[in-house]
Design a binder for this molecule. Sequence first.
Ligand SMILES: [Mn+2]
Length: 363
Amino acid sequence: MSIVYSLKKRGDKIRNILKQYNCDAFISLCPTYNRYFSGFTGSTSALLITLEKSYFLTDFRYEEQVGKEVFNFTVVIVSGELENKLFHLINSLKIQKIAIHTEKISLQLAEKLKENCKVELVGINDDLSQLRMVKEGFEIENIQKACKITETSVYNCIYLLKEGVTEREIASRIDYEFRLQGADGSAFDTIVLFGKNSSLPHGKPGDKKLSIGDIVLIDCGCIYKGYCSDLTRTFVYGAVPGIWFIDMYETVLSAQLSALSALCPDKYTNEIDSIARSYISGKGMGTYFGHGLGHGVGMEIHEPPRLNTNSTSMLKEGFIITIEPGIYIPDKGGVRIEDTVLITKNGYERLTTSDKDLIVLPV
Ligand SMILES: [Mn+2]
């Protein structure tokens, strides 16, 4: 029952935001926000939350599912266009000012709303992000479980890393393992890169075969009950490719550990980024760390807050973020080490807990 209670509280919170902006209603057709507020796990729905009532619109395909998932809403099963029914409701309730997430409503829908309903639209993106950034107990549990599944899956596949196996095969095995371990699926396309390919921060697994002395970079995560996890580990197969690699690995690991140790509420995200970045720069490899240090993780794999040189969010207890510095030397190879962590009252807790010392995988 605690999730139903949570959903009710979220309804109260969105109404407080509506009052702050003098809005009559919030509307959303975004599956993620619709799940966040209603509990509905399907793909097609519309929410209309007014100061007094909450309406949930979907079509016949989801009628039975809605009965099991959606409780605090007046459910409307629409035959025909969902949008038309939504316009009709907005007009009949005499709604004039509507709050939206501007990235989640198309320009086409926004124009139709103005034309058909003569309403004013107000973006409340930051307020919605604020709500979602602080994770509730059941959300933390789901992300923790997603992290567990991810680590079990990766480590169950490690024995498959043998000479001649391809990146594609290992990536498929990890995805398969996610489902076997109870996940809904992958949170993003699993990255498995061998050798020089590891210098591509978001490379795609292909037909490259594993050879002795190759770097093995694995970045993956799964979705469990609608919540994501994110993990990166870098191994070597059979032998270390050279002293340069050990330098690179130690630098990334030290940068990651120093950024982690600084995590606690009230720190700014750019401060944390600069701890890792200046460490890597101090070792002369700053130009090879071209991406941000991390990002929020929740119902989406990348969500606020961002951790980079320009981000100025303040960390709070209950945030779940990644810390993932990397060094990528073109045509040579790369290292990234990433954990998903929870910001706690006095510091942080790692939700991905597997070892980070350099592992030379047995031939
Ligand atoms: Mn990540």
